[in-house]
Design a protein around this ligand. Structure first.
Ligand SMILES: [Zn+2]
Length: 175
């Protein structure tokens, strides 16, 4: 399965709400393979289908560390994810593969419970905290067309505007 190129941050498709997917369909299994292969070439821990130009509700992850005992899988795929519960709120510094080199300080829930389907069409429910919780929030945001800079509170958005401008200038210079 091919490694796909990432959709550039300014493409409107990243702003679209992704379509519900048929979990065990060939289309979704192929999309998941492409996502896994593409993620493996990147430094990130997860990737949502819209990031490689597929407007479907699924994402893959690979936390690149062993599974916590009793915790969610360290790698996997989730189709039609739905966050059932969020608890806590913690400050984090977060990046996004669609915005290379941009790290922003935002808040995310400390712990989430997410439901969805695997590639056999079975329903799965995972509860996790820390990196897993942040990853789920970030990827579900992608499926809603919500991007990392949208998660900044208004004041810090203003304060970091100059950093983003500087980042965009650098990004535009790349081939
Ligand atoms: Zn992202």
């Amino acid at each position: 399965m091919p490694v796909r190129s990432l959709v550039a941050y300014r493409e409107n498709s990243l702003r679209a709400i992704a379509r519900s997917a048929e979990p065990a369909s060939r289309e979704v299994r192929e999309a998941a393979e492409d996502l896994r292969d593409t993620l493996a070439t990147q430094r990130g821990v997860a990737m949502a289908a819209p990031q490689i130009g597929i407007p479907l509700r699924l994402f893959v992850w690979d936390l690149k560390r062993p599974r916590d005992p009793g915790g969610p899988p360290a790698r996997g795929v989730l189709v039609n994810p739905e966050i059932l519960e969020r608890t806590g709120s913690v400050p984090v510094v977060e990046g996004c593969l669609s915005f290379p080199g941009l790290d922003l300080s935002i808040r995310r829930p400390e712990r989430v419970t997410v439901a969805g389907f695997d590639l056999r069409g079975s329903r799965v429910v995972y509860t996790g905290s820390g990196l897993f919780a942040r990853m789920v929030e970030h990827e579900v945001d992608h499926l809603e067309g919500i991007l990392l800079p949208d998660r900044q509170p208004p004041l810090s958005r203003l304060l970091s505007l100059w950093r983003r401008r500087r980042w965009e200038k650098r990004w535009e210079k790349l081939p």
